[in-house]
Design a protein around this ligand. Structure first.
Ligand code: KG4
Ligand code: ZN
Length: 319
C-alpha cells in the first residue's frame, strides 16, 4: 500500500493452527506470528511489485489483541521502520476495522461521508461508533459481555462445529427455519448490547434437546443455526436503528469479521432502503482481519503527522 489508499497486496497467513485447537491458543498464535511474519511481508512486497526502499511508512497493530502476537508485530515493525528510516504508524485494531471502508481497489465503490455511524462487529468487539473523521471516533454503544463473533463461535462449538464457527453458522442457517426455535431477545437499555444471556439460552436449548432425544443437535443443526443467527443479527440491527434514529444519522456502515455474515449484510441493506439511509458494506476481503485495513489506517495517521516513536509498545487492552 502506497499512500494513495490503493491496495497493492493484501496477504493473510493461514489460521489453521486455531482450527486444530478449537479456538485461539495465545502462545500458539504468537509462535505462528513469528513463523509467518518474514515470509508474509516478503510475499506482500513481491505481489505489490514494490521494493522495501519505496515504502513511505510502516503501519502495525498496536492493540487491542493478544499481547504475544502484538509483540511480534510491534518488534518487527519497529526494526523495519528503523532500518529503512521511514515513519512508524501505530494502528488501533478496531479503528482499522472502521477505516476498512476507505481501502481502494479495482472495484470502485462510494466511501462513507462524515459523520457516519459504524457497527463494528468482530470476534472480540461489538461497538456502535460515531465516526466524525478518520481519526475522530466515539464509541456510543457496545456489548457489555460477549462479542457478536464470540456468540456465533460459542454457539457453533455447542453444535460440535470447528473454530471459527461463524461462517459455518451462516452457511447452515441458509437452509434452516429461524422460527423453529425461539431464543430470548436481550432487554439492554440504551445503545449497549449483551450476548451472554443468548449464549446460555442456546446452550440450554441444545442440551435439553439432546437429553430428550439424542442426536437432536445434529438433526436440527440448520434450524438451530438459523435461530441463533436471527437472534444475534436482530439485536445488532435493532441497536443500530435506534442509534441512527436518535443521532439523526443517515450514513451507516458495518465492518469487522461478523459483517461477512450474509444475513447481517442482507438485512442491513434492507434496513437502509426502508429507512432511506445510505449504507456501506465492505467486500468480504476487508471484513475479517486483513492487512489492507491496517495500511489504510496507517496512511491516515501518516497524513495527519501522527507517527509513533521507535520505542512504542503494544497494549493488549488499547482503549
Ligand atoms: O474481525 P475478525 O476477523 O477478527 C477479530 O478481530 O476478532 O472477526 C472474526 C470473527 C469470528 O468470530 C468469526 O466467527 C466471525 O468473525 N465471522 C462470521 C462470519 N465470518 C466471520 N460470523 C458470522 N458469519 C460469518 N459469515
Ligand atoms: Zn479484527
Amino acid at each position: 500500500m502506497l499512500i494513495d489508499g490503493v491496495v497493492r497486496s493484501n496477504v493473510i497467513a493461514g489460521q489453521a493452527v486455531h482450527e486444530a485447537w478449537g479456538g485461539v491458543v495465545p502462545e500458539l498464535a504468537s509462535r505462528a506470528h513469528q513463523e509467518h511474519i518474514v515470509p508474509v511481508v516478503q510475499q506482500a512486497l513481491a505481489q505489490a511489485g514494490v521494493e522495501r526502499e519505496q515504502l513511505s511508512g510502516i503501519a502495525f497493530t498496536q492493540g487491542p489483541g493478544l499481547i504475544g502476537a502484538l509483540l511480534v508485530g510491534t518488534c518487527f515493525a519497529r526494526s523495519m521502520a528503523q532500518a529503512l528510516g521511514v515513519p512508524l504508524l501505530a494502528v488501533h485494531h478496531i479503528q482499522a476495522h472502521v477505516l476498512a471502508h476507505f481501502v481502494r481497489d479495482d472495484q470502485p465503490r462510494p466511501v462513507p461521508s462524515f459523520p457516519f455511524l459504524n457497527l463494528t462487529v468482530s470476534g472480540g468487539h461489538t461497538q456502535l461508533v460515531l465516526v466524525r473523521s478518520p481519526l475522530d471516533m466515539e464509541v456510543i454503544g457496545s456489548t457489555l459481555d460477549d462479542a457478536a463473533g464470540e456468540a456465533f463461535d460459542k454457539g457453533a462449538k455447542l453444535l460440535g462445529l470447528p473454530y471459527p464457527g461463524g461462517p459455518l453458522v451462516d452457511k447452515y442457517a441458509a437452509t434452516g427455519d429461524p422460527l423453529r426455535f425461539t431464543l430470548p431477545l436481550s432487554a439492554m437499555p440504551g445503545l449497549d448490547m449483551s450476548f451472554s444471556g443468548l449464549k446460555t439460552a442456546f446452550m440450554n436449548l441444545v442440551r435439553n434437546g439432546e437429553a430428550r432425544t439424542p442426536g437432536f443437535a445434529e438433526r436440527e443443526r440448520d434450524h438451530l443455526c438459523a435461530s441463533l443467527q436471527q437472534a444475534i443479527v436482530g439485536q445488532l440491527l435493532g441497536k443500530t436503528r435506534k442509534a441512527a434514529r436518535e443521532l439523526e444519522i443517515r450514513e451507516l456502515a458495518i465492518s469487522g469479521g461478523v459483517s461477512a455474515n450474509s444475513s447481517l449484510r442482507k438485512e442491513f441493506a434492507a434496513m437502509g432502503t426502508a429507512e432511506g439511509w445510505t449504507v456501506h458494506i465492505p467486500p468480504f476481503a476487508y471484513c475479517t482481519d486483513n492487512a489492507a485495513m491496517i495500511a489504510v489506517a496507517g496512511a491516515f495517521l501518516l497524513e495527519a503527522g501522527r507517527t509513533a516513536s521507535l520505542d512504542v509498545v503494544p497494549h493488549a487492552n488499547l482503549g
